[in-house]
Design a protein around this ligand. Structure first.
Ligand code: NAD
Ligand code: AHE
Ligand code: ZN
Length: 375
């Protein structure tokens, strides 16, 4: 069938909106009509050419919501008409990773997903005779896409597509980092570096978890007002504090007559590998945690003094907020519908597919929190 897609033809070039061909679902696969998709920084990262797994041409997009229109042989967990959120982290519930219960990163189809193809090793997208790669197993920058059944979360059909698409990545990543990965407790102190589409969701996760002191750190002064909307209690702009922000933060987090302060948790959501070494330093020296969320290009590394770890700190990463997609994503949609979490204010811009490159420009200028394409 003919579908409309924004194709990443070449690294570093704007997406090209065109008609491409999509084959129907094979065994274990599902055809989804995508109703809305968020534009995440990771799409931009891959489009830039920095992603070691970046393939071109490809149909990017991994933050969607839509409706099942057809299913291939053997599909049992979703049916035509179901409302779904595509999962770049699937949940097969059978592989070693899923059954271990130690990680949310299902490994059953990770290798083919990283090669831009379906689990059988082929692509469903093409232009004439030329194949186009899938992306993160989702390719939501197309009005129709095909996914493996295990990469779909069935969600409340009353939930609005143009809002819940954000749960397909940013919302779940931020809130999940707090709830699933860090397991923040009531009364904790936390520092969030970077108050963008991910960091603001970490803030609302901390509020949900009952953290007392929630410090937001951002070099963009406009992010102070944004942070305050989502539970931030203190804002620090490193440009105003001077060169060494660590002692400032340690001092700010002194509690109960402490001589030495320090947060219980930090979350690095800057996506800026050059500054990532800051995150462990203002954490207290006993088994407390710093969480790394930003993705980084080929060759980039993060580092810290071993002293930071010798003194009991843990430095760990989290992908998709530690969420098991088919189990946890429907719950997060319900939290939104029940008013437990906010999404609407963070969707700052919506646009048709034809204007998707404007969405990327708004992101580059720091003007949007989330741009959403509505089909
Ligand atoms: P964003 O650009 O919207 O937000 C980043 C924020 O960090 C901005 O407000 C910016 O001003 C601030 N910032 C940059 N450098 C800073 C510094 N040195 N100190 C303080 N603040 C600084 O980006 P986003 O959409 O929130 O994404 C953040 C990162 O998370 C990206 O790398 C993205 O690819 C990644 N991400 C990871 C996952 C995951 O599963 N781990 C999921 C989604 C996105
Ligand atoms: N392809 C990159 C890694 C990109 C990455 O880390 N992706 C995150 C999700 S970011 C969503 O916006 C992720 O889930 N990683 C786990 C995984 O299995 O990809 C690279 O460095 O090669
Ligand atoms: Zn994302």
């Amino acid at each position: 069938m003919d579908v409309r897609a924004a194709v990443a033809v070449q690294a570093g070039k704007p997406l090209e909106v065109m008609t491409v061909q999509l084959e129907g679902p094979r065994a274990g696969e599902v055809l989804v009509e995508v109703k809305a998709t968020g534009i995440c920084h990771t799409d931009d990262f891959t489009l830039s050419g920095a992603d070691p797994e970046g393939l071109f041409p490809a149909i990017l997009g991994h933050e969607g919501a839509g409706i099942v229109v057809d299913v291939g042989p053997g599909v049992t967990s979703v049916k035509k008409g179901d409302h779904v959120i595509p999962l770049y982290t699937p949940e097969c519930r059978e592989c070693y990773s899923c059954t271990s219960r130690k990680t949310n990163l299902c490994t059953s189809i990770r290798s083919t997903q990283g090669q831009g193809v379906m689990p059988d090793g082929t692509s469903r997208f093409s232009i004439g005779k030329d194949k186009i790669h899938h992306y993160m197993g989702c390719s939501t920058f197309s009005n129709f896409t095909v996914l493996p059944e295990i990469a779909l979360a069935k969600v409340n059909p009353d939930a609005p597509f143009d809002k819940i698409c954000y749960i397909g990545c940013g919302v779940t990543t931020g809130i999940g980092a707090v709830i699933n990965t860090a397991k923040v407790e009531i009364g904790a102190t936390a520092i969030v570096f970077g108050l963008g589409g991910i960091g603001l969701n970490v803030l609302q996760g901390l509020r949900l978890a009952g953290a007392d002191m929630i410090i937001g750190v951002d070099i963009n002064p406009d992010r102070k007002a944004w942070g305050e909307k989502f539970g931030m209690t203190h804002f620090v702009n490193p440009k105003e504090v001077g060169d060494d922000i660590v002692p400032y933060l340690v001092n700010l987090t002194k509690r109960h007559g402490d001589l030495i302060g320090g947060a219980d948790y930090t979350f690095d959501c800057t996506g800026n590998a050059d500054d990532n070494r800051l995150a462990p330093a203002p954490v207290r020296c006993f088994q407390r945690l710093t969480h790394h969320l930003g993705v980084a290009g080929a060759g980039q590394e993060i580092s810290t003094r071993p002293f930071q770890l010798v003194t009991g700190r843990n430095w760990m990463g989290t992908a998709f907020g530690g969420a098991r997609g088919r189990t946890d994503v429907p719950k997060i949609v319900d939290w939104y519908m029940q008013g437990k979490i906010q999404i609407d204010p963070m969707i700052t811009h919506t646009m048709p597919l034809e204007d998707i490159n404007k969405g990327f420009e708004l992101m580059h200028k720091g003007e949007s929190i989330r741009g959403v394409v509505v089909y």
